[in-house]
Design a protein. Structure first.
Length: 376
């Protein structure tokens, strides 16, 4: 049955859902974004593993300009002094056109917005009030416009405002006591790394990830540093703690630095309204240590689209069961990685490195630790 759908938030999750509805169904939909435009200047890189690429290829991501993306073949693990520990072959997860991919977030947003057109996007929209009317949901926006819809999809990120209108139980995101700092490196890094791979350097209370984001040899650099408080005016000092562990990293962090505090969602909670669904970070916000935030946003949008298409009863239940199963799996691994990447004690680092060298070549372990996440 044809439905009217309001998607709140035009990030990766909301735009992915909009693409599937637009291309593969005749449901009516509108994307409501609080900002006045799409944030195309956020230049940070993202990694997309094969689970999300396989889904994106169904909306012709495989036709994207090849120069704008990269397919790293491995993750190289180093200690913070740039001494190699081991490497993980990423090509083992690739299948046909579904290849592990790195790119700029803005490249993905550009691609996703192309098919949606302005006729399905409304900017400067924030919900003011919601109510039920004739079995539908009436949304009133703060600019005094409204929409009467069959389904509301909260895709408004980890601090989802949509949740506060529909859910009594609060699930406030928690600060992980860690800060992410990122920059783009346009020239060679001077580190002894293969710049065509993903390099992950693990130090005391921090780790640095460097990877190519296109064929122009531009590198995304992101550093996660454990820190009890987030102070945006203190970022140089914070990065200083990383550079103190390897002075060669000074050049890497010389450019424009952007920072943000790391938050995660403490609980995975279902929607209490049958007409309301949450996707992407609004469903659950992950730590970035498994690089699955965007991937899970894409997966959740795709799962919800298929359920709406099938028009099954119990959609809410089926969606929550499957989504929470996936989210728990990713959450567990992201937490383990966060813990293991930041050991401060030398003994723990030595033990970790020993086990990593051993495990990374164990097919059974890799297939249960990563294969289950990347499979889809
Ligand atoms: C350091 C770091 C590195 C990362 N690296 C990776 C990676 O390598 N791979 C990966 O897969 N993921 C990564 N992620 C995570 C990933 O970026 C996010 O999980 C993903 O972007 C979430 O998408 P989303 O659409 O759910 O939310 P968002 O991208 O937050 O989009 C939400 C949208 O909703 C809008 N909005 C907000 N409030 C309202 C409102 N009240 N009304 C209307 N609109 C609203 C916002 O303006 C925004 O456009 C990383 C995250 C961090 C912090």
């Amino acid at each position: 049955m044809k439905k009217k759908i309001a998607i709140i938030g035009a990030g990766i999750a909301g735009l992915t859902l909009a693409n599937f509805i637009k291309r593969n169904s005749d449901h009516e939909f509108m994307l409501y974004e609080k900002n006045e435009s799409l944030s195309l200047d956020e230049g940070y890189g993202i990694q997309l593993s094969t689970n999300s690429i396989k889904i994106l290829n169904q909306i012709e991501f495989n036709k994207i300009n090849d120069k704008k993306i990269f397919h790293p073949k491995a993750v190289d693990f180093y200690n913070i002094q740039n001494k190699k520990i081991c490497d993980l072959d990423l090509t083992q997860f690739n299948k046909g056109q579904s290849k592990y991919t790195t790119l700029q977030r803005s490249t993905l947003i550009e691609f996703l917005k192309d098919e949606v057109y302005t006729q399905h996007l409304r900017f400067g929209k924030k919900i003011k009030e919601v109510s039920e009317l004739k079995g539908k949901v009436l949304i009133k926006f703060d600019d005094n416009t409204n929409d009467l819809v069959d389904i509301v999809v909260g895709a408004d990120g980890i601090f989802s405002n949509t949740r506060s209108f529909f859910e009594k139980k609060k699930n406030e995101p928690k600060f992980k006591k860690a800060v992410a700092v990122r920059t783009i490196l346009k020239s060679k890094s001077d580190l002894t790394i293969d710049e065509e791979n993903i390099s992950l350097m693990m130090g005391k209370n921090c780790h640095v990830v460097i990877y190519p984001i296109n064929k122009n040899k531009e590198l995304n650099v992101v550093c996660i540093i454990r820190e009890k408080k987030y102070d945006p005016d203190n970022i140089k000092l914070l990065v200083g703690k990383v550079i103190a562990q390897n002075s060669d990293l000074e050049k890497v962090f010389k450019g424009d630095l952007k920072s943000w505090p790391l938050y995660f969602t403490p609980q995975i909670l279902p929607s209490t309204n049958n007409k309301v669904f949450y996707i992407g970070d609004a469903f659950n916000g992950f730590l970035p240590t498994l690089a699955q935030g965007a991937g899970q946003s894409i997966e959740s949008a795709y799962e919800l689209f298929n359920l709406i298409q099938d028009d099954k009863a119990e959609i809410q239940n089926i969606y929550f069961q499957e989504r929470s199963r996936r989210a728990k799996l990713v959450k567990r691994r992201s937490n383990i990685n966060f813990f293991a990447f930041h050991f401060s004690s030398l003994i723990m680092q030595t033990l970790r490195n020993f086990f990593m060298k051993f495990l990374v070549k164990r097919k059974k372990f890799i297939s249960s630790y990563l294969g289950t996440v990347y499979k889809n």
